[in-house]
Design a protein around this ligand. Structure first.
Ligand code: GLN
Length: 485
């Protein structure tokens, strides 16, 4: 069963090949057998999942979302009442969410079944999943490699066939980069397309939730469920949700593809470049035209991001004070001791680094020099994309400069930050992006990143789907997945 995509599973469920309970039990068994080696789940909620499957099997008049109904999935750190939602942090170890995130509510209403919470970098800060309080996740393509981050658990679980689809969030690349490293498809929607209500905040002006699955078609089904306006998130956009599945089969003839020259420069692994250029050739054979474009401010994306994201994070994380929720130190001598020791004990090293940077750049005297300047640069980066989309329909390039690197290989924070060189500007601009499997480099997957203008998700999914009709990279599985029944 696990080798099927979400769309194929839906057909099999419909034809009665197996039941929702059998399917759920199958995945739970795979998690039990394989996850000891991967560490892709922080918590597995088997009992609740089987109960949900039973409910999903009851005849219901409204089977609109047939493709996702009965389908198991896993969420990262979306609040889910009664379920542990730790966000990869000791600070929230054993924290039980009091209410539903809108994304969870929508997935529940569509009849999907939640198997548990996937592992992730602490508070979504990282590019390798090595910053998790619960230990690193292994890449199922090679257990000595990282799965990418911060949605590394979601990506590894989907690639290993422990779950057919999972949710991630992407603040600077955390859906696309792990999707690329694990050979799956991951979509970061336009900022505002999906409600952030009930998603633990990292950098509020950049965070966006999206689907991670085997195929663009699966992502189209899931995005249709989770997208839409939500009165509880004032940044979610009141705009109709198109039928993303219906839009998948538009022909690509005449599609204008831009290749940003800044995405093919120094630091790009030659094997990754080769795979991406091969993929672009496939598009040419499908009738697309290709030209080089420029995004001149690309170089400033990482510095601007590492001012804005830590600034927002330092503010968002100030709520963890040991008083209202989260970790509390033992025997505080007074209130200040309670705050400082609870935070010192509860947060990991990378989170503390970001809080320090963010607090510094927001402080009087530095605010204009850093924060205001970074916001000005952000505007220029956004304008680069808007200018490029005057001339071309989509942009293509690598999702990441290298394939998955070895666990423990990146010791200094800056080399880790550089991992997101091709993904981070997209969040600063608020546009959507998708990573699709496009080959292997040294046995490790390569992701092709496709970018579109604001609210171009339907087009991106169509462009990705057509590639997946012409190639089978997205259907390839690591040998690890085949080791379990
Ligand atoms: N790697 C980036 C960071 O550490 C992006 C993470 C993300 O998208 N959540 O902030």
């Amino acid at each position: 069963m696990y080798e099927k995509t979400l769309t194929q599973l839906a057909a099999a469920l419909k034809s009665g090949e197996f039941s929702s309970r059998e399917l759920t039990a199958h995945y739970l068994q795979r998690i039990e057998q394989a996850d000891g080696k991967l560490n892709s789940f922080i918590s597995v909620t088997a009992e609740q999942a089987l109960k949900q499957a039973e409910v999903a099997e009851r005849p219901s008049g409204r089977q609109r979302r047939a493709a996702v109904r009965h389908s198991p999935s896993a969420q990262r750190y979306f609040l889910h009442p009664g379920r542990e939602t730790s966000c990869g942090s000791k600070m929230l170890d054993n924290f039980i969410a009091p209410y539903n995130a809108t994304v969870v509510e929508k997935l529940n209403a569509a009849g999907t079944i939640s198997l548990g919470k996937t592992n992730m970098d602490e508070f979504a800060m990282g590019s390798s999943n090595e910053n998790s309080y619960y230990g690193p996740v292994k890449n199922p393509w090679d257990l000595t490699a990282v799965p990418g981050g911060s949605s590394g658990g979601s990506a590894a679980a989907v690639a290993a066939g422990l779950v057919p689809a999972a949710m991630g969030t992407d603040t600077g690349g955390s859906i696309r980069q792990p999707a690329a490293f694990c050979g799956i498809t991951g979509l970061k929607p336009t900022y505002g397309r999906v409600s952030r209500f009930g998603i633990i905040a990292y950098a509020s002006s950049l965070d966006q939730a999206g689907p991670m699955a085997r195929s663009a078609e699966d992502c189209a089904h899931l995005l249709g469920v989770i997208a839409g306006h939500d009165g509880r998130d004032s940044t979610s956009v009141a705009r109709g949700v198109p039928d993303y599945v219906e839009g998948l089969n538009a022909p690509l003839s005449g599609l204008k593809i831009g290749l940003p020259k800044e995405y093919f420069g120094d630091g790009l692994d030659p094997d990754v470049e080769k795979a991406v250029r091969e993929a672009v050739k496939v598009y040419e054979s499908l009738g697309a035209t290709v030209r080089e474009v420029s995004l001149p401010h690309t170089h400033y994306a990482i510095p601007a991001y590492y001012v804005i994201a830590p600034a927002e994070a330092s503010s968002n994380l100030s709520r963890y004070d040991g008083v209202r929720f989260g970790h509390r130190c033992d025997n505080p001598s007074d209130l200040i001791d309670l705050y400082t020791r609870s935070r010192a004990e509860g947060f990991g090293e990378e989170v503390k680094r970001r809080i320090l940077i963010g607090t510094h750049t927001l402080s009087e005297g530095f605010f204009d020099a850093y924060y205001t300047k970074a916001q000005q640069v952000r505007r220029l980066i956004r304008q680069d994309f808007l200018d490029a989309f005057e001339d071309v329909d989509v942009l293509m390039g690598p999702a990441s400069p290298t394939p998955a690197f070895d666990l423990g290989a990146k010791k200094d924070p800056v080399s880790m930050y550089l991992q997101d060189i091709y993904t981070i500007a997209v969040n600063l601009a608020g546009i959507p992006g998708i990573s699709v499997p496009a080959g292997l480099a040294g046995g490790r997957p390569v992701g092709l990143q496709i970018l579109g203008t604001h609210f171009a998700e339907a087009q991106l999914l169509n462009v990705a789907h057509q590639f997946q009709q012409a190639t089978d990279w997205h259907l390839q599985r690591p040998a690890f997945a085949e080791e379990y029944a």
